[in-house]
Write a protein that binds this ligand. Structure first.
Ligand SMILES: [Zn+2]
Length: 177
């Protein structure tokens, strides 16, 4: 995204369609994810990857995992599963949610970029308005999934995203403007 300082009415969106099952219930939650997270293999742990890498990952694994939107570090938004269809992004909460992945390591240290946050706010304003929701509909993946990862004898929380660097207060304040 060009950093003109001017708020754009809509984020720049590129379509890479993946079809999910038709949605049966209204959207009630918007779930924020980071692409990186814990993995038993240290070489794969907390690696956010690139926007193109993540898009390819979802295309290859579409039967198992999918997402509605991905926002890259430059603020580019990729739309995959249409909002009218269910994506597989959060255990037990897929039916009534929209999922947004942010390319980020998800380790609580990697900062989300300014263009990424601006694009997210624009997208969220649009989503909340169209689905008649307020800021309370925003959820972290971490709060909705308590499952554990067992690595040898070690147990880790499997989903911790988007992590401690995600600016919840700033986002919630921007959505009230
Ligand atoms: Zn997640």
């Amino acid at each position: 995204m060009l950093s003109t300082g001017l708020p754009l009415a809509e984020p720049v969106v590129r379509d890479v369609p993946i079809h999910g099952n038709p949605r049966q219930v209204p959207v009630r939650q918007i779930v924020i994810h980071a692409t990186g997270g814990p993995d038993c293999d240290p070489s794969r742990s907390f690696r956010g990857g690139s926007l193109e890498g993540i898009v390819g990952h979802f295309q290859r694994n579409r039967k198992r995992i999918s997402i509605h939107y991905i926002i890259g570090r430059t603020g580019e938004v990729v739309r995959m599963v249409p909002e009218t269809r269910v994506a597989f992004h959060v255990r037990g909460h897929n039916a009534d949610s929209i999922g947004i992945e942010l390319v980020n390591d998800g380790d609580g240290r990697d900062p989300f970029t300014e263009p990424q946050i601006e694009a997210l706010v624009m997208l969220l304003r649009d989503l909340l308005a169209r689905h008649q929701l307020d800021g309370a509909a925003l959820k972290s993946h971490a709060e909705l999934d308590d499952s554990e990862l067992v690595c040898g004898g070690r147990r880790l929380k499997r989903k911790v995203d988007p992590g401690a660097t995600f600016p919840w207060e700033r986002i919630r304040a921007a959505l009230k403007e």
